[in-house]
Write a protein that binds this ligand. Sequence first.
Ligand code: ZN
Length: 134
Amino acid sequence: MLQKIDHLGIAVKSLEAAIAHYEQVMGLTCEQIEEIESQKVRTAFFEVGQTHIELLEPTSEDSPLAKFLEKNGEGIHHVAYYTDDIEAQLKKAQEAGCKLINTEPVTGAGGKRIAFLHPKSTNGVLTEFCTKDG
Ligand code: ZN
């Protein structure tokens, strides 16, 4: 079952500039910066009550995120839902005819297990399921 919006992913060109904005303008504190090699991104997380903001910066020109920025510019990149059973959630989505980017969970920021649904199947919004590690 989906339990909450875990975080909103925001694509940025410069992680440092965006972190400064979130700290100085929004008054938030960056909790962690992490490079996810498999996805060719660097991420920064901010806690906002029950949810988080995840800033994402591409680490190479062939990163899918670099292509997203080229096409759309900076802005909302994905919505991530927290689930207590990511396998069941993926199975349910697939059975309902949803196109999946990840048919199996992969390791994301903070060691969480994550999987993406294809935006063509989700009203144009790249959608992530995530759950705690292990
Ligand atoms: Zn995310």
